[in-house]
Design a protein around this ligand. Structure first.
Ligand code: NGD
Length: 280
């Protein structure tokens, strides 16, 4: 009799344990599926928080304070055009045409002899143009100023920006909003340059000129020989000196041969830290 009761109790315990286990497995499976469904779609950072607000604020600062000659541009329209370039669009299938309305609203002429390109030397180039307000990198133009350092993308079937993730240019797809933007802006910036054009390169790395960079693959090929008098390269290296003249390395020789093929005169100088003037 006591044995029978004991057996019934242990059976009940077994059933309870089995049910408990089943419930636990089901809960874990549901949590797993939910997590999988909510995983970021892309490998890159999502749209910068408050993207539209930042674009509007940058536009106001640039047009009211930095370049008052542009005070009549409509920053509200610029903000709308920037958002519309990617809203409701497949972020792997963006084209330069998507930016045409934005480009039209941000037209700006850079005087001849004032264009500064850079490659692997962003901080150095900006340090220079902060000191000489007459010289312009792409990021010192309205279009570049609006976008520098920001990430943005949308998606088909939604009128929202994707704040969780955006396509990574290497891991996902090349025709994403940010890459297409910089390629388009860099191409136009170089195409519009005239007089002497300057480029600031990084002499502290083994290949200051990289043919795969935006400078090496887009900008150099879009300088127009008929209006670009020469390309002057400044190779900036760390204070403390470099063992040999960076202007004589194979990397810079490659740049020299590209400019020669394109019938653009070329000069190169190197310096430990920024020179007082880019004039060579
Ligand atoms: O396809 C890309 C891409 N290519 C480079 N970079 C890219 N980012 C993408 N999302 N998609 C990034 O641009 C890279 O990681 C660096 O953070 C930055 C510049 O690359 P770097 O140092 O190799 O220099 P690049 O030669 O490629 O371009 C500099 C020239 C300069 O004269 C600017 O007028 O091209 C213009 N730029 C290009 C790309 C990005 C500026 C920027 C920018 N301000 O972010």
């Amino acid at each position: 009799m006591a044995d029978e009761r004991c057996c019934r109790i242990s059976k009940k315990v077994q059933i309870c344990l089995a049910v408990g286990l089943l419930v636990a497995v089901a809960v874990l499976a549901v949590v797993g599926v939910l997590k999988w469904l909510q995983r970021p779609k892309w490998n890159g950072r999502g749209t910068t928080d408050n993207f539209a607000g930042m674009v509007l604020e940058r536009c106001n600062v640039y047009t009211q304070m930095l370049q008052p000659a542009l005070r009549n541009v409509d920053c509200q329209k610029i903000q709308e055009a920037f958002k519309s370039s990617s809203i409701s669009k497949n972020p792997c299938n963006i084209t330069e045409e998507d930016y045409q309305p934005l480009v039209k609203l941000t037209t700006q002429t850079i005087p001849c002899g004032k264009t500064v390109l850079w490659s692997k030397a962003k901080e150095t180039a900006h340090e220079y143009t902060r000191g000489d307000r007459e010289m312009f990198t792409l990021e010192d133009t309205l279009l570049g100023y609006l976008a520098d350092g920001l990430t943005w993308c949308g998606d088909t079937g939604t009128s929202e920006m994707n704040y969780r993730s955006c396509p990574h240019w290497k891991k996902d797809c090349p025709n994403n909003p940010v890459s297409v933007f910089w390629k388009m802006a860099s191409r136009r910036f170089a195409d519009a340059a005239c007089g002497v054009v300057y480029v600031i390169l990084n002499g502290s790395i083994s290949n200051p000129f990289d043919e795969n960079s935006t400078f090496g693959s887009v900008e150099i090929n879009n300088l127009r020989p008929e209006k670009v008098q020469a390309l002057h390269a400044w190779v900036i290296h760390d204070v403390g000196g470099v063992p040999s003249d960076p202007c004589m390395t194979s990397s810079i020789n490659k740049l020299k041969s590209i400019t020669s093929q394109r019938k653009i005169a070329f000069r190169c100088r190197h310096n430990a830290g920024l020179p007082h003037s880019l004039r060579i």
